[in-house]
Write a protein that binds this ligand. Structure first.
Ligand code: SF4
Ligand code: SF4
Length: 72
């Protein structure tokens, strides 16, 4: 069984919408939100949790410790 994530959480107070996490994800799990937040940022949203392999690259590369990958 491949590794899976139960949940991926982006902290909207820490995220600055740089989209590094989206770029580094090898499985297209994340995408920029269509909606702009109140600071003008399109924060990442999870579009395909099933595709996540819990590699944690997004977590490691986020400069602001804003994204966390939760496994069971
Ligand atoms: S890398 Fe971090 S700060 Fe940048 S968009 Fe992703 S969660 Fe937000
Ligand atoms: S843990 Fe890996 S596969 Fe899952 S969203 Fe982050 S970079 Fe993508």
């Amino acid at each position: 069984m491949p590794r899976r994530a139960d949940k991926i959480v982006v902290d909207p107070r820490l995220c600055k919408g740089c989209h590094i996490c989206i770029s580094v994800c090898p499985h297209g799990v994340l995408q920029a939100s269509d909606k702009m937040d109140n600071r003008g940022f399109h924060i990442p949203v999870v579009v395909d949790l099933e595709a996540c392999r819990a590699c944690r690259l997004c977590e490691l590369e986020c400069p602001d410790f804003a994204i966390s990958v939760h496994t069971g």
